[in-house]
Design a protein around this ligand. Sequence first.
Ligand SMILES: *Cc1c(COP(=O)(O)O)cnc(C)c1O
Length: 476
Amino acid sequence: MLYISTRGHPDRKHFCEILLEGLAPDGGLYLPERYPQVDLATLERWRVLPYAELAFEILSLYIDDIPAQDLKAICRKTYTEEVFGTQAIVPLKKLEDGLYLQALSNGPTLAFKDMAMQLLGNLFEYELARRGEQLNILGATSGDTGSAAEYAMRGKKGVRVFMTSPNGRMSPFQQAQMFSLQDPNIHNLAVEGVFDDCQDIVKAVSNDLAFKRRYKIGTVNSINWARLVAQVVYYFSGYFQATANAGALTHAKPVSFAVPSGNFGNICAGHVARMMGLPIAKLVLATNENDVLDEFFRTGVYRVRSSADTHETSSPSMDISKASNFERFIFDLLGRDGPRVKSLFGEQLSAQGRFDLSLDPAFKQAGQRYGFVSGKSTHADRLTTIRDTYARFHLMIDTHTADGLKVARAHVQPGEPMIVLETALPIKFAATIVEALGCEPDRPAKFEGIESLPKRVTVLAANVQAVKDFIASHSA
Ligand SMILES: *Cc1c(COP(=O)(O)O)cnc(C)c1O
């Protein structure tokens, strides 16, 4: 399998080349040149596999430059009961007839990003060892991504992590999760500024090509194809679990997924699964007040928000001004027309901050052919949904999952199972749970007392040179 850029660059690359690379040279995102097709007989064969073996089957369709036995070993080492808390890895919980919650948040940091990041850590270690290279991962986080990256890379040979975060602005639990890590290859940099300052610093360092090359700077952001393909696996698993009692499937019984969305990474994996032939009826995209994507699927207009126009909400991991993986879907929607995508996401977005497909016949296909529908959820909706779910099922859900469930309910169809992806556990966003329910969320035993552990963090001025100096003096 070879990979191409969404902006039409002529290069074709193998998986391990794009694994460490990030963006394509023309600024586009990598996608496989075609989606491998999975027929019903294969689905039935996969149905009975343990999660790690299913991951291997799916990944091996996309990875032809890692020997099969090595890839299998990487999958087995990644998706274990020890790391993800259950043998099923992503168990389905039934809420009511036809409505399910799929638990993706039982990994080390209690958010779905572990599903992909844990695999990425093992892939990086494998590939760096094979090349005899080292990598310094530089990132900016307001919470979930940074902790998922640190827990995935801790103790990994050949990898160091330098994670910037806005000093004092993450939840106490998130700070404790990250700063309590004592591994020498993990560096927490608390920047005296806001999240945007952290992102600007990371961009400035990455744009200094001489520094970047000298210190082997890389990233783990959600545009990495390896993260995306890892997420495809749990759509298959969710489908198998929801249709387990459907009897011998002579014809496929479709299910729908509802996905709390920010950068469009998670739901893009659902799109890929659907393109491979997994019987998915609808992909229900849920946003919070930051409704860039809901607006697109309703109107055909994609309008990037300014930072003044980006709201701080109680589902903060969905607080986006633009959706960094969205270009992948638009590439497919427009018939894989690289030059057109380049003009939309390159020239048009930088000049006008928006593009408009409302009059393009392709726009109708987003719903009709690709199954996308969308909706929006607000703080009040989250509180109501958290209360209602607790009252009816005695189940606490987190704020992001609540956005997904709220929007899912508007799209449930009789006879068509709806699976809501649970993207975090409520303990990560305790303040809103207390606001909704008047009590603290349950805390998994391994996180008891985490706030009082010794913290390993360096406070730095919001200054590019300070971060560069820190990297230079810690990457010998
Ligand atoms: C990252 C994140 C999201 C958004 O996922 P995308 O892949 O960016 O769409 C939703 N919920 C939680 C809890 C997250 O951490």
